[in-house]
Design a protein around this ligand. Sequence first.
Ligand SMILES: NC(=O)c1ccc[n+]([C@@H]2O[C@H](COP(=O)([O-])OP(=O)(O)OC[C@H]3O[C@@H](n4cnc5c(N)ncnc54)[C@H](O)[C@@H]3O)[C@@H](O)[C@H]2O)c1
Length: 361
Amino acid sequence: MSFGNCYKGKKVLLTGHTGFKGSWMAIWLKQLGADVYGFALAPTSDLDNFVTCGLENEIHHQEGDVRDAKALASYFAKVQPDIAFHLAAQPLVLLSYQDPVGTFETNLMGVINFFEAVRHTPSVKVAINVTSDKCYDNKEWVWGYRENDPMGGKDPYSASKGCAELITSSYIHSYFSNSGCHVASARAGNVIGGGDWAKDRIVPDYFRAAKAGEKLTIRNPYATRPWQHVLEPLSGYLNLGASMYNEGIEYSGGWNFGPEDTANYSVKQLIDKMLLIDPNGGYTIPADTVKPHEAHLLKLDISKAVNQLDWRPALSFDETVEFTVGGYNDDLKGQDILNKRVEQIVSYTAKASKKGIEWAQ
Ligand SMILES: NC(=O)c1ccc[n+]([C@@H]2O[C@H](COP(=O)([O-])OP(=O)(O)OC[C@H]3O[C@@H](n4cnc5c(N)ncnc54)[C@H](O)[C@@H]3O)[C@@H](O)[C@H]2O)c1
């Protein structure tokens, strides 16, 4: 009955279903009884969650490029989804410095093409664009960012997410304020969990090094991040989608899905905790590393989601790390990974239910 049974029997179209978050979302939606359709580039490695879980045989899978407006629109026209989530993006800060043009093309034109497809497909009742905590103008202060704080972004990735938010807001005001389709954007921070083997992300880098019997060099050990297990923001997106589907327009706009205010930990604290749970691995900190600008202090204020959606994180920091280490160990064993993911979803839902979180009741 999670999410009021909203997803059961619905056609849900996800872009980015071959990626880390999208593949977990596809698994969860399937568990909820949805008919899941995915549109994304092909997976890039045999370690990708989409591949190791065998999702090609579990959901409807369409390879395509979100920069190709016609291809995306015709997939929407063919599927006639009830609900759509946009997760396809170039999501890496370091890669955005190397390829700003490709990053802006995918992260801006992808969003525009998504909303164009949505507005020409009347079956769609809810559309959610997934952006990032990096969409905010980061003042490197101690307070959490609220949904109505200004957008910004110094590096190309962050700026592309700030722009993606402005695009979403413009489409809401121009096309979706009175259309029968409700539109929102969802902002989350650094998401961790089994199945993410992307380059230049600290947790995959750590497990890649551990797998090779090496120590990871940490580029920014004291940077704090709103670490969350991947199921936390996904529960926010699903909760938001169900509320919009059932209750409508008052949920349009931007939403933060971050950890509790007290739960921002540094890279070093995160890795030290992983080492306590699983001592295979290790790290070194170079004294003189100079790197491009990346936000050092970034927190999300989640009051709006807590008060208006009755959403909140279900896992403590320790549980977040336990779920994450458990997920990577499942990856490294390489057996029955889809069932292991489902077990984590069931266990996560049980923890949320025990904490009285409404979507899980
Ligand atoms: N992982 C995080 O920590 C994190 C944090 C904040 C926000 N986000 C956002 O969440 C979303 C999903 O991120 P992720 O971590 O799953 O990334 P990922 O790299 O694992 O997956 C990205 C997905 O987008 C698809 N994609 C990329 N370019 C495409 C294109 N041109 N056409 C079609 N599909 C394309 C890929 O095929 C893949 O399915 C992104 O919008 C990202 O910016 C992620």
